[in-house]
Structures are given as C-alpha cells and as structure tokens.
Ligand binder design. Structure first.
Ligand SMILES: Nc1ncnc2c1ncn2[C@@H]1O[C@H](COP(=O)(O)OP(=O)(O)OP(=O)(O)O)[C@@H](O)[C@H]1O
Ligand SMILES: O=P(O)(O)OC[C@H]1O[C@](O)(CO)[C@@H](O)[C@@H]1O
Ligand SMILES: [Mg+2]
Length: 372
C-alpha cells in the first residue's frame, strides 16, 4: 500500500531567477493549508541536502515573498552530489558519488517527497535521485528558457522584460549620439532572452548562439540603416553567440561546477571588431550581467509560479512521482524526468530554431542576425 505523504522538502538549484520564491510560497501554502503536509527547505541546493542543512517553512515565513526575486532557500550551481568534491583523507580532494548521503538525510528527516526547483542541470540530479528510488517532483525554472518539454520556465518572462528595458534605454542614447551599442545578455547556450528582448526592444541586430554571425554582415546592416536615415543601431548580443568561424568568448571557468564555462565579454569583442570596419561610428558595449535576473517577479511569472506550484502539489497528492510540471499551450501538464532530461549529460535543451517562425518574423521587419 502507498505510504501517505506527511512531509515534503523543497530545494532550489542553478542560477537564481525571479519566480523561485513565488513557487516556494505557493507550494508551502498549498501543502500546509490544502493537504496538511509539513514543509522543509534544504538551503544552498543539493549542498544543503548533503549537509542536512534545512529550515522549516511556514505560511507566515513565505507570505510576503510573492514578488521577491531570488530564493529564500539560496542556490548553488556547483554541487553535484553524484560527482562531489570531498576530502581524500590525505589532505587533498577527490570527486566521489555521495548521493547516498542525500538519500539517507531525506529518510532521517522523514521526507516523503523531494520537490526540486531548477533548470536542466538541477533536474538532471533530480532524475538521478528518482532513479535511486526517491519520490521526486521537478518544477522547471530558468531565466534561459532552455528546458525542452515545457513551453515556458518561470523566470524567463521576468528576465526578458528586464532585458527589453535595457535595449529600450540604449535606443535613446544610441540615437542621440549616432552610436552603435552592443548589449550583452545572459542566456547561456540558448538565444531566447536576446531574441525576445531584442525583438521587443527594436534592436537592429540580434546575435544568438543558434545563428553564427560575421562582423562584415553586421557592418553591412549598420551601413544600410545609415542610408535609411537611422545612423544608430542597438545590438542585442547573447553571451553564448558565436562568430561564423566558431569563436566564442569565455569570461571565467568555474572549476567545481558541472558546467564550468561562464560566458562574458562577447559584446565588448564585437564592439571592438565592428569599430574597425565602420570608422564613421563610435561603437560601445555594455554588459549588465546578473542585473537581468535580479529584482522583482513580473506579474506573469507570479501567476505562472502559482500554477506550477499548485500543479506540483497535485502531482504529489496523486502519487505521480518522477515527473516535472510542464506548461503546454494553456494547459498545466507533466512530463517524466526521464523524458525531460533524456540521456544527455546536461539534459535536453531547447534552442531557437534558426529557420522558425520567430526568426522569420524578425527578419521580415528587418532585424539582422549577422548571417547575411
Ligand atoms: N550533469 C549533471 N548531473 C547531475 N547533476 C547536475 C548535472 N549538472 C548539474 N547538476 C546539478 O544541478 C546544479 C545546477 O546546475 P546548473 O548550473 O546547470 O543550473 P540549472 O539547474 O540548469 O539552472 P540554470 O541553467 O538556470 O542556472 C548543479 O550544482 C548540480 O548540483
Ligand atoms: O551565476 P553564474 O554562475 O555567473 O552563472 C551565469 C549563468 O547562469 C544563468 O544566469 C542561468 O543559467 C545563465 O544565463 C548564465 O550564463
Ligand atoms: Mg541550465
């Protein structure tokens, strides 16, 4: 006979983004008031699970975080318990699978269900815990919107709105000085943020990882705009975009992270390279970095977070473990962790289709992607 759920645990992993708190709030309130479950939250993602570091969550604790970005449970994008850096007993460090410690800690804390709030990386571990017999539910977050199997992740609309605001603001100053300004936006290896913010903010050029670009093509587009009486151009540059010869710009390697590459600096390089071939323009660059994922949750993401959180509780109530809550069209749905992640090392990722409707729409109104 199935064991009745009494206690659930939440954890958040990967880069923070607006919506995590709203999901934590929704699940906590629904779990306690509708289902009578106790709720705890492991802090710092899987590291908290390993160190048995958790807090009790109450309705009072979460009531006012409905619009607060970030996560009150903190997050980590380094701690993979299936490949974890531990002391080797000889003064050095060694990587080991310590996931059994996590499983035991869940048992000791009386946790019946682990609810994981994360992107493709965090949910890869969630799948692996599910394979070890832990009752897991995933709730798909990431500002990158790169998770296949769901139309949207929470955090994307909020980050994309901030990105749009950057591009909007750069338009007026670029126009006033007849400058070309490159604005770098996060998004890792997916171009969703830059495509949406660029399109919404009327960027003349969008550079995204899915469409390799050349400086010559961008220069041609700037010249065309000059001829059309628009001697200024804002360029949305996805941090993970690449030149046609494959060149990418890496800002930092975070050694103990499962996905160690951190992009940063592409907009500055594009600006330098471009200025050399369009000497009639001053070309500048800005990199707002983490600002894009900070701040309040947009109203749409608040509502999406409520829908994802309530659906997660419904899955727990129905015993549908090993699944991720997904959005398909207007319907809250669920998809198995096995399908969401597949056998890929970092989960199946959703990328912009270079020949898809969105790109065709953008090109139809004259947006250049640097490929022609
Ligand atoms: N290949 C993997 N196998 C197992 N666990 C992983 C793997 N990759 C990442 N993780 C776990 O997920 C955590 C976060 O991963 P990652 O930095 O990729 O973020 P994410 O969940 O994809 O979210 P985001 O992309 O929005 O930052 C890691 O700290 C680690 O605990
Ligand atoms: O917070 P960090 O470690 O700098 O990671 C930055 C990465 O995290 C994200 O914000 C979310 O995955 C990416 O867009 C970005 O490349
Ligand atoms: Mg990710």
């Amino acid at each position: 006979m199935e064991k009745k759920v009494k206690r659930i645990a939440l954890l958040s992993g990967g880069g923070d983004c607006p919506g995590l708190n709203a999901v934590i709030r929704t699940i906590t309130k629904t779990a306690i008031s509708k289902y009578g479950w106790e709720v705890i939250g492991y802090v710092y993602g899987y590291r908290g699970l390993y160190n048995n570091n958790y807090i009790e969550l109450t309705e009072e604790k979460v009531e006012n975080i409905y619009k607060e970005g970030g996560t009150i449970l903190f997050s980590s994008n380094k701690d993979n318990l299936f490949d974890y850096l531990v002391d080797d007993g000889k003064g050095g460090k060694v990587k080991k699978d310590v996931s059994d410690v996590g499983v035991q800690n869940l048992k000791d804390a009386g946790v019946d269900v682990l609810v994981v709030l994360g992107g493709d990386g965090t949910l890869t571990s969630a799948r692996d815990f599910s394979r070890k017999g832990v009752q897991v539910i995933g709730v798909p977050k990431t500002m990158d919107n790169d998770l296949s199997s769901t139309d949207l992740t929470y955090g994307f609309i909020s980050a994309m709105s901030v990105g749009t605001d950057f591009i909007d603001r750069l338009q007026t100053t670029a126009k006033s000085h007849h400058r070309v300004i490159c604005c770098e936006l996060m998004g890792r290896d997916a171009g969703w943020i830059s495509l949406y913010a660029g399109l919404a903010g009327n960027a003349g050029v969008c550079l995204i990882p899915e469409i390799p670009f050349t400086i010559e093509n961008i220069a041609k587009h700037v010249a065309k705009r000059d001829e059309q009486g628009m001697p200024y151009t804002v360029i949305a540059v996805a941090e993970g975009a690449k030149y046609a010869d494959g060149t990418k710009v890496i800002g930092k390697i975070v050694e103990d992270s499962p996905d160690p590459v951190r992009y940063s600096g592409l907009a500055a390089k594009v600006a330098d390279d471009l200025e050399k071939v369009i000497p009639n323009h001053e070309v500048r660059s800005v990199n707002p970095g983490h600002i894009i994922r900070g701040g309040d949750i947009t109203p749409y993401d608040r509502i999406l977070s409520i829908r994802f959180g309530v659906k997660a509780c419904e899955l727990i109530d129905e015993g549908l473990f090993g699944n991720v809550v997904t959005l398909h069209g207007e319907t809250m749905d669920y998809t198995s962790l096995e399908e969401v992640i597949g056998d890929a090392k970092f989960g199946k990722q959703k990328r912009v289709d270079p020949n898809g409707e969105l790109i065709r729409a953008a090109k139809a109104i004259g947006v250049c992607f640097g490929d022609e």
